[in-house]
Design a protein. Structure first.
Length: 325
């Protein structure tokens, strides 16, 4: 049962990174479409659950604990296709980690961001246990955070935003949204799922998806019952009206960004940690992520999410049809 709880905490907390916890992606993918948001959420739940179960069971059977090892084979040979697939996987993790750093920089300032990077450097030395501890702390705080915002939206409703017409494209966007998150999950969750039985994996995925759908539903309700003045971080903007809730929001947002950053960084670090120069390589990696993060949170989301989403669809499709070693 301990493995299941750890899996659920890491699964949920890895997904609720900067865009999720601030309400940005839930607003754009669901809430702004009014009642159609529920149909989108149903589709999201089905794709999340089916994709997660298929991938994690397949990885377990192939004894693969890192997404970046998918194209490895016993002979050590790599085709051009395998090289491209691996590079896309690297790019996905690197870009998402840079996005989390950018969010930290914009919300808390450069000095705090650099301190967080130093703290993350240390946490990664504890392997997966450091990530699990962060997520176990974050999970109950997220519940308190959403309950606080829910209280505001129920007892002080202030909905004035316009409902946006939905199209087929908005339904199709759910697929890259889900696959991107599942690919990011593989950065850390695979280490846990490989130690579990098939039944535990299925149970863990069911619990994780149920909780995730509940969290999204609560966010949809909140966003549809409050006036949105800051689309980039609408939930943070709503929480500003109550000092105690705003402080909790900042704490949860920080931990959520840290959790997602650690998951992406861990997938990359797992490939270099056995090297004698691992500290040096990790320092260079963090420095490059920080430089890329200076592009700005909104710009990285604007220019990378569509590309990363399409890349993740390709990555997941390849994994599903590929014969694992």
């Amino acid at each position: 049962m301990k493995n299941v709880i750890s899996f659920v905490c890491v699964y949920i907390c890895t997904i609720i990174g900067a865009s999720f916890i601030t309400g940005n992606e839930i607003y754009h993918y669901f809430a702004k479409f009014g009642n159609h948001a529920l149909y989108l959420l149903l589709l999201c739940a089905i794709v999340f659950l089916s994709t997660s179960i298929i991938l994690f069971i397949k990885f377990k059977k192939a004894n693969i604990s890192n997404m970046l090892d998918v194209c490895n084979n016993k002979k050590g040979k790599k085709s051009i296709f395998n090289i491209v697939f691996t590079l896309l996987s690297y790019l996905t993790y690197f870009t998402f980690a840079s996005l989390m750093i950018s969010g930290l920089n914009e919300l808390f300032g450069t000095i705090f961001c650099l301190i967080t990077l130093a703290f993350s450097f240390v946490l990664l030395q504890f392997d997966l246990s450091g990530i699990v501890k962060v997520n176990v702390i974050l999970f109950p705080l997220v519940i308190l955070y959403l309950l606080g915002l829910l209280y505001v939206s129920i007892y002080h409703p202030n909905a004035t935003q316009n409902i946006v017409d939905i199209s087929t494209t908005n339904y199709l966007n759910i697929f890259p949204y889900v696959t991107l998150n599942v690919v990011l999950l593989c950065g850390s969750v695979l280490q846990l799922s490989n130690k579990m039985t098939t039944k535990q994996i299925i149970l863990s995925c069911l619990l994780s998806c149920a909780i995730l759908v509940l969290f999204i539903f609560v966010q949809i309700y909140i966003l549809q019952h409050e006036n949105i003045t800051n689309i980039d971080m609408p939930l943070v903007d709503i929480a500003k009206n109550i000092p105690a809730l705003y402080i909790l929001t900042l704490i949860v947002t920080f931990l959520a960004m840290l959790s997602s950053f650690l998951s992406s960084a861990y997938a990359l670090y797992a490939k270099i940690k056995k090297s004698t120069n691992s500290y040096f390589y990790l320092t260079i990696l963090f420095a490059l992520m920080f430089v890329c993060s200076l592009l700005g949170f909104s710009k990285i989301v604007e220019y990378s999410y569509i590309i990363l989403g399409l890349m993740s669809c390709f990555i997941v499709l390849v994994i599903i049809v590929k014969k694992m070693r």
